[in-house]
Design a protein. Structure first.
Length: 146
């Protein structure tokens, strides 16, 4: 029976850096989309989008700190931010990014467990919960879009 390859610390740090770039993307997306959104739902969308920024900032700070403490160099550039002037399309971009983030954090949680990084594993559980809530809220908005 072949033994499964265990995650290396280098792989974990690379994954956390990709996650950090995703959090930078989320901060920029929420910030710019809240500035650009137009239409009849603008007040509600601005409020919703801006309310999400602090969670994303906390995630980014945690990831940067953890990467540094594990001996890595935190990323400084975001994943590319899709541009749109259409509010529904902006929300679709956010939904897709949040759904991807949830899946990425699940992988990272497994990697952290394999490496005995219990505190990281627990923190990722909290972040999965936050990102799942973000994803689900955006889905509810999109599902009710006229």
């Amino acid at each position: 029976m072949a033994k499964e390859k265990k995650t290396t610390m280098k792989e974990l740090i690379a994954g956390l850096n990709a996650d950090l770039q995703g959090e930078f993307n989320a901060i920029i997306s929420y910030l710019t989309y809240s500035a650009k959104v137009t239409g009849p739902y603008r007040p509600q969308l601005v409020s919703f989008l801006q309310t999400e920024i602090p969670d994303e900032q906390m995630h980014a700070q945690y990831l940067a700190d953890k990467i540094a403490s594990l001996g890595g160099e935190p990323a400084v550039t975001p994943k590319p931010v899709p541009q749109s002037n259409d509010a529904r399309e902006m929300l679709k971009f956010i939904y897709e990014a949040e759904a991807e983030t949830v899946e990425n954090y699940k992988v990272r949680r497994t990697q952290a467990e394999e490496l005995g990084e219990t505190a990281l594993q627990v923190q990722l559980e909290d972040m999965i919960n936050d990102e799942t809530r973000h994803r689900d809220e955006v889905k509810k908005i999109l599902d009710g879009w006229a």
